[in-house]
Design a protein around this ligand. Structure first.
Ligand SMILES: *Cc1c(COP(=O)(O)O)cnc(C)c1O
Length: 415
């Protein structure tokens, strides 16, 4: 548990996020952080500049309590420092964080920091469309051996991990976008720990984190987020976050971030920072809304199948859900009657929810994954993953759930 100096009681995350990482005395007493848009920083002396570069290049380590001066904003800036410091308590088990200018930037930097040509990556399918693109259209041509395993198939994942040579990364997205199938993180972490290469286990925790699923406590090494989604919560900025228990992993990502130039910009850091204290409030409300709605829509004649963690019927999936998530979350997908035509009619008739990709915002969004977010997947991958013509994905917001339910019901009736 986190401790403050001289304080007998450990602070809980909702308190920590509001009390750490920011000193008003460094911002003329401002009660909330200021935005530091400077691209470059003035050194107090040439010696201080030399010291700052030595530390930045990893040639020297800062002494305990030493003040290392800022250099240039592609390396680091105050708003990134504040955000990275404040996001850590929201992810149980994390000690360090690094922020990026999108979720894809965080995932790409994580892959490029730990994978070299000739190495292997094992990943779960389906996953976010952009991640699948990155694997097929960038990592594979780069001679990284990428092995996809269907989400939720624990034995197959164990076997793929066991069989892989030069295995550096096991990448898990759970629940899998958009079919909501869960993969057992603790089991995958055990299989990785038994592999002679000791691959890193990375979890894309965008769907249920940071409120409802804590991969670092289950043995994962790195947690990755599209902070564009629930962390930010208002569909008005792009950001990514990586968190780890082991500070050296984050240091490595930061060193690559300097080269790639993909640190999150000061304005976005400031905006995201202001959203952190309400992440848990928003996610709890969104999850309650989604559960109430999904439990009723599952009864509708035009809903052929409902994919939602609280409504799992597979015994293994229920076991994983109970072991690794506290609440079912705000995302559900439905297979509707009359295939693609039924799905499109449903989307066309929504009045409160919007037909848009993305998720995690306070407003409710609905989309047709097969023709949009996952249209880059092959027919074979789509069929294997269960991304059908009739599937629509819903991200539930914080509207009154009764209005959303009525909206979904009238759109389903229109089919
Ligand atoms: C959106 C998303 C991403 C990519 O994040 P961006 O911020 O759009 O780059 C990665 N993983 C998941 C699960 C996502 O939903």
């Amino acid at each position: 548990m986190p401790h403050r100096k001289g304080d007998a009681h450990p602070l809980h995350p909702p308190t920590e996020v509001l009390t750490r990482g920011f000193d008003p005395r460094l911002s003329v007493g401002s009660a909330r952080p200021a935005v530091f848009r400077s691209s470059t920083y003035v050194f107090s002396s040439p010696e201080a500049a030399e010291r700052a570069f030595a530390v930045a290049l990893g040639k020297a380590r800062p002494a305990e309590g030493e003040n290392i001066e800022l250099i240039y904003s592609r390396l680091n800036h105050p708003n990134a420092e504040i955000l990275e410091n404040q996001v850590v308590p929201l992810e149980p088990g994390a000690h360090q964080a690094a922020v990026f200018n999108s979720g894809m930037a965080a995932i790409m930097t994580a892959f490029m920091s730990f994978l070299r040509p000739g190495d292997a990556l094992v990943y779960t399918l389906p996953a976010y469309g952009g991640t699948i693109h990155l694997i097929h259209d960038f990592l594979e041509p780069f001679r990284i051996h990428c092995v996809g395993v269907l989400a939720g198939r624990g034995a197959a994942l164990d076997e793929a991990i066991r069989a892989a040579q030069n295995l550096r990364v096991v990448f898990i997205e759970t629940p899998a976008n958009p079919v909501m199938v869960m993969t057992d993180i603790a089991r995958a972490a055990r299989a990785a720990a038994e592999h002679p290469d000791r691959p890193l286990v990375m979890v894309d925790n965008t769907f249920l984190g940071p409120a409802f699923q804590h991969p670092l406590l289950l043995g994962a090494d790195l947690v990755l987020y599209s902070a564009t989604k629930f962390l930010s919560g208002f569909s008005d900025l792009l950001a990514g976050v990586a968190l780890a228990k082991e500070p050296a992993l984050i240091e490595k990502l930061r060193a690559h971030r300097v080269m790639f130039g993909n640190i999150l910009q000061p304005d976005e850091c400031w905006m995201l920072d202001g959203r952190l204290p309400t992440v848990s409030l928003r996610m709890n409300r969104q999850s309650k809304n989604a559960q109430r709605i999904a439990e009723r829509l599952v009864e509708h004649a035009n809903v052929i199948k409902m994919h939602y963690p609280a409504l799992f019927d597979d015994a293994e999936q229920i076991k994983i859900r109970l072991a690794q998530c506290s609440y079912p979350g705000a995302m559900f997908s439905m297979e509707l009657a009359r295939g693609r035509e039924g799905a499109f009619t449903f989307l066309r008739n929504l009045k409160v929810a919007h037909n848009a990709v993305s998720l995690g915002g306070v407003e409710t969004l609905a989309c047709h994954p097969k023709t949009t977010t996952h249209s880059g997947m092959s027919e074979e991958e789509l069929a294997l993953s269960g991304i059908t013509d009739s599937l629509v994905r819903i991200s539930v917001g914080i509207e009154d759930w009764r209005d959303l339910l009525a909206d979904f019901e009238q759109a389903l009736d229109a089919i």
